[in-house]
Design a protein around this ligand. Sequence first.
Ligand SMILES: Cc1cc2nc3c(=O)[nH]c(=O)nc-3n(C[C@H](O)[C@H](O)[C@H](O)COP(=O)(O)O)c2cc1C
Length: 172
Amino acid sequence: MKKRIGIFYGPTGGSTEKVAMLIADEFDGKADLFPIKGVNPAMINNYDIVIFGCSTLGSETWNGEVSQSDWDTFRPELSNINVQGKLFAFFGTGDSITYARNFVDAMGILAKDLIAQGAKVVGQWPTEGYSFTDSEALIDGKFIGLPIDEDYETHKTSARVKGWVELLKKSI
Ligand SMILES: Cc1cc2nc3c(=O)[nH]c(=O)nc-3n(C[C@H](O)[C@H](O)[C@H](O)COP(=O)(O)O)c2cc1C
């Protein structure tokens, strides 16, 4: 049976949306694309391969009560996703220079939430070629998904996306 691929991302209107669209292009129209704002868990449960994308806007985005980010709004719904029988992959936008110690942290925090629910993750990515100091997205020496730095390394984005989607295609 054909596997259904869904890309769910937020926020809209910036780097994360751009990268989500680049990833969808690499799947040649075989992936569906949704801003996480407005999605409900039942929509995610329709997919066999679930790709989640988020930016990192500081730890307060994830832990504070005042934040209004799209993923913050969705976060309480994560526990309603049925992770069984699915594969999950993650990408995250960040800034490896200004926020070198927290590079793409939100991708790691999101992934760890899903892993704690038993999610199976594909698309782990090596740290080679990135300059950063630390990241919540590091698990066993690799990034849990694809980090993209549109602030300082936009020239590397296309090759990174292509390489990552090739890796995903081999894993799904
Ligand atoms: C207030 C603020 C805080 C940020 N904090 C982080 C951070 O902790 N780690 C990181 O990697 N990038 C951080 N960034 C960089 C953004 O994640 C990066 O610019 C990203 O591409 C934004 O994606 P968007 O255009 O989809 O919102 C921060 C940016 C802003 C404006």
